[in-house]
Ligand binder design. Structure first.
Ligand SMILES: Nc1nc2c(c(=O)[nH]1)N[C@H]1C(S)=C(S)[C@@H](COP(=O)(O)O)O[C@H]1N2
Ligand SMILES: [Mo]
Length: 224
């Protein structure tokens, strides 16, 4: 067997070896995973679409506004059980953001209106011990988020898209929108937000998908 134990030693210093050592230190020429989040608008492995595909488990619940409720439960000082009118009475925000779906389509410039997660957090006052949320939907879907991701400055519970009520197939009357993560984290037909003291995986997270889901880090599939 050839002796290669010397191969990890530094070569004699030349202009090229100095550059190569510096490039390694700076991670020069690396793309994707080493890129500054948000520096590129289109995340790696994504392509742009102009239409808006529909993705779900195949059940599209019909929830009339008269019976719609949004429950806030778990580790919060003030659990809530909001009617549609209660929800409309909360401060309303408008955010512009891009959609990135793990199936590789992205859609730019979506205008969303609804209640920002920050305004909701102010209202329900999560316990010190709350670290995660589980989203529960009317079709039985669940997805989990760390509290800091749920509380992102442009995250909201949206009732309108491009100035119109969100269509049933896209999660109306109200859906979550967390733009900095793959779109499966954005629960459609939102029914309840449960505050947790420990992380727990939702539907796709126990079925092979990544727990965190950052598109710029290509966190597509389960890490274990
Ligand atoms: N309640 C519920 N929310 C859901 C899903 C679902 O099946 N049920 N699918 C998720 C997935 S995988 C994606 S990509 C987006 C799709 O949203 P859209 O159909 O509005 O494009 O919703 C997410 N939210
Ligand atoms: Mo998805």
């Amino acid at each position: 067997m050839p002796d290669d134990s010397h191969n990890s030693e530094l070569p004699p210093e030349t202009k090229l070896t100095r550059s190569k050592l510096r490039w390694a230190k700076e991670q020069k020429f690396l793309t994707g995973r080493e890129m500054v989040p948000g520096a590129e608008r289109l995340p790696p492995g994504q392509h742009l679409t102009r239409d808006w595909p529909v993705l779900d488990l195949g059940i599209q619940p019909d929830v009339p506004l008269s019976t719609w409720r949004l429950q806030i439960l778990g580790k919060v000082a003030e659990p809530l059980d909001l009617s549609w009118d209660d929800f409309q009475a909360l401060p309303q925000s408008t955010f512009l953001s891009d959609i990135h779906c793990v199936t590789t389509w992205s859609r730019y410039d979506n205008t969303w209106e609804g209640v920002s997660t920050r305004d909701l957090l102010m209202r329900c006052d999560p316990a010190e011990s709350a670290t995660h949320v589980m989203l529960h939907s009317y079709d039985g879907y669940t997805t989990n988020l760390a509290l800091e991701d749920f509380a992102a400055p442009n995250a909201l519970i949206a009732t309108h898209w491009q100035g119109q009520p969100i269509a049933r197939e896209h999660g109306g009357p109200a859906r979550l929108v967390v733009p900095h993560l793959y779109f499966w984290k954005s629960a459609k037909w939102l029914r309840a937000i449960e505050f947790l003291e420990a992380d727990k995986r939702g539907f796709w997270e126990v079925n092979g998908y990544h727990n965190h889901a950052d598109p710029w880090a290509e966190e597509r599939y389960s890490e274990d």
